[in-house]
Write a protein that binds this ligand. Sequence first.
Ligand code: 2BA
Length: 111
Amino acid sequence: DPTKLVMMIVSDTDADNLMAALVERGFPVTKIGSTGGFLRRGNVTIFSGVVESEVDNVMQLVTEICHARKEFVPVQTLPFIGDGSFSAEPIEVRVGGAIVFVLDVDRFQRI
Ligand code: 2BA
């Protein structure tokens, strides 16, 4: 039974490749459509419950598939700081890449 829950927040563009790679290696996955609070863009959250010894293998796939890059975003398009009181210069943000949380699983049941 899985002892760790790996939660991966990735960009839409990488999500399908990451899911396919995980499934191909036998990792069970659940994909949830999500939205980043800062950019308010769609991203994807993928959950995979695995045994502890597999966490590094999952992490390896994420590293291979999800590459972070920089993008310039016009401040005006940001929901919370685009109120005109900030500089008109676009700001540089990190996009792509992944945010990964690894949580302990207290209990796992298949009913
Ligand atoms: P967003 O909240 O839309 O953030 C997108 C990117 O914008 C972030 O990339 C970060 O580089 C930048 N950013 C976020 N808040 C900022 C701020 N106050 N000022 C300047 N730049 C800011 P990542 O760090 O790679 O995060 C990508 C997505 O992962 C986030 O989308 C959010 O959906 C999620 N995420 C990141 N850290 C999280 C955390 N600690 N808890 C929950 N979700 C998280």
